[in-house]
Design a binder for this molecule. Structure first.
Ligand code: KIV
Length: 265
């Protein structure tokens, strides 16, 4: 019998210094292969707006879109924990957030939901976790607010922003968050946040100092229109898709991904 990864497993992995491996999936075929390759967390991310729907941001993605893709992914996965994104404007207050989170869990069969933001989301995170909804927060570069941030850029190089990010991470943990994604954050700051938190950090462009790594599948197999600095094409070197995913899992677990070249300082 295959044991399902849970939020408890993720905490135990952090304590045992075992790296958490996460990858996005949006359809049944990839979800099955990714689960078979022992990826711990499969993210049905709102990145689907860019890589599946062809938009230039995640902003147009709806709750129904996430549910549609999560429904294809979840039944294929025996081991991985399924994380689903709450999309833009689907969690502007605690009641709206919990209603949409319930849909992601009941209709989409997700085990945990992810939302972007710090201080502004504390009441929402508290409300959801008190009612039994596992939550992963997302700090640093938060793609849903790309138009407010003025582009896809590294966050936390400035002292004030860095201090606020650490404060936010600790407050989210106090509010009941089970994990935090750190996107495009300088390595030193990601290391500080990872050290201070009891809950795991999962990095994307935040260095190997994080407790785990996540990548967008299409970036990882080199078929995205743009390859961000923090990704790597694991399909090179003549590997097939299952082998490439296995190579990614192996590289995260043994600490060889990401390299300094894929990090921000
Ligand atoms: O939607 C997504 O794929 C994400 C990752 C970039 C972490 O949020």
């Amino acid at each position: 019998m295959i044991k399902r990864i849970t939020v408890k497993t993720l905490r135990e992995m952090k304590q045992a210094d075992e790296k958490i491996v996460s990858l996005t999936a949006y359809d049944a075929s990839f979800a099955r292969i990714i689960d078979e390759q022992q990826v711990d967390v499969i993210l049905v991310g709102d990145s689907l707006g860019m890589v599946m729907q062809g938009h230039d941001s995640t902003v147009p993605v709806t709750v129904d879109d996430i549910i549609y893709h999560a429904k294809s992914v979840a039944p294929q996965c025996k081991r991985a924990m399924i994380m689903a994104d709450l999309p833009f404007m689907s969690y502007t207050n605690p009641n709206q957030a919990i209603t949409n989170a319930a849909r992601l869990m009941q209709e989409g069969q997700a085990h945990i939901v992810k939302l972007e933001g710090g201080e502004a989301q504390l009441d929402t995170v508290r409300h959801m976790t008190r009612h039994g909804v596992p939550v992963c927060a997302h700090l640093g570069l938060t793609p849903q607010t790309v138009h407010k941030l003025g582009g896809y850029r590294v966050q936390g190089r400035d002292d004030t922003v860095a201090k606020q990010m650490l404060t936010d991470a600790l407050a989210l943990q106090d509010a009941g968050a089970d994990a935090v994604v750190l996107e495009c954050v300088p390595v030193d700051l990601a290391q500080k946040i990872t050290k201070e938190l009891e809950i795991p950090t999962i990095g994307i462009g935040a260095g190997r100092v994080c407790d785990g790594q996540v990548l967008v599948l299409q970036d990882m197999i080199g078929i995205s229109s743009l390859a961000p600095k923090f990704t790597a094409n694991f399909l090179e070197k003549g590997l097939n898709i299952p082998e490439a995913i296995a190579a990614y899992v192996h590289a995260v677990r043994d600490g060889s991904f990401p390299t300094d070249e894929q990090c921000f300082f």
